[in-house]
Design a protein around this ligand. Structure first.
Ligand code: ADP
Ligand code: 5GP
Length: 186
């Protein structure tokens, strides 16, 4: 099965995904995307992302190596490699996607009922700003770009199977666990 997590940057997607990986042991694996953005903080190649140049990314595109890809921010490309999905399925795990809203909608369309698309929603834009600032690894210029994009991203909500408002973390993760357990039971 495929579980898709999409949201404006800073809404808590990574927090939610890490919660699932820790709670449901040996069940899920996170799809590691390719990106042309530089590593942030302690990020490592092959762990958070496959970091690459725009030239490398375009070469893979020309070889039809991606399930989907988006230019999420100006000049910054992100994409899911077909080889990554094969790797995770080969390990016998369900696939978790942490991808932007457009990518999320595309993957849902591609996998249909095999995919559960979950939109993580910030309580409001001011809280989103505080969380992005609090994370302390994104430049003020990138924070403004991400906030400017958030409103448009929120309009994609109705295209997802579930919307979780990430207000109190404990409440939001409990809601998520409930959704996941019911999907895994089929
Ligand atoms: P995303 O992956 O969507 O960009 P993160 O998971 O990195 O977002 O969360 C952004 C920041 O907000 C992180 O510093 C995280 O610890 C914090 N955060 C996430 N969820 C909550 C919450 N419910 N309450 C307070 N802070 C939160
Ligand atoms: P960040 O730079 O904060 O890691 O990610 C920026 C945005 O790109 C996030 O919304 C993230 O979910 C999205 N993203 C990461 N990987 C992919 C991908 O493979 N495809 C798409 N479409 N979006 C991605």
């Amino acid at each position: 099965m495929i579980f898709i997590f999409s949201a404006p940057s800073g809404s808590g997607k990574s927090t939610m995904v890490n919660h699932l990986l820790a709670t449901f042991k040996d069940t899920f694996e996170l799809s590691i995307s390719a990106t042309t953005r530089p590593p942030r903080g302690q990020e490592q190649h092959g762990r958070e992302y496959y970091f690459m140049s725009v030239e490398e990314f375009k070469q893979l595109l020309s070889k039809d190596a991606f399930v989907e890809h988006e230019q999420v921010y100006e000049g910054l490309y992100y994409g899911t490699l077909k080889s990554e999905i094969e790797r995770i399925e080969g390990n016998g795990h369900h696939v978790l996607f942490d991808i932007d809203v457009k990518g999320g909608v595309n993957v849902k369309r591609l996998y249909g009922d095999d995919a559960t698309a979950i939109f993580i929603c910030p309580p409001d834009l001011e809280t989103l700003r505080k969380r992005l600032e609090g994370r302390g690894d994104t430049s003020p210029e990138m924070i403004e770009k991400r906030l400017a994009k958030a409103e448009e991203e929120l309009s994609y909500k109705p295209q997802f199977d579930y919307v979780i408002i990430n207000d109190r973390l404990e409440r939001a993760t409990a809601e998520l666990d409930h959704i996941i357990e019911s999907r895994l039971k089929g």
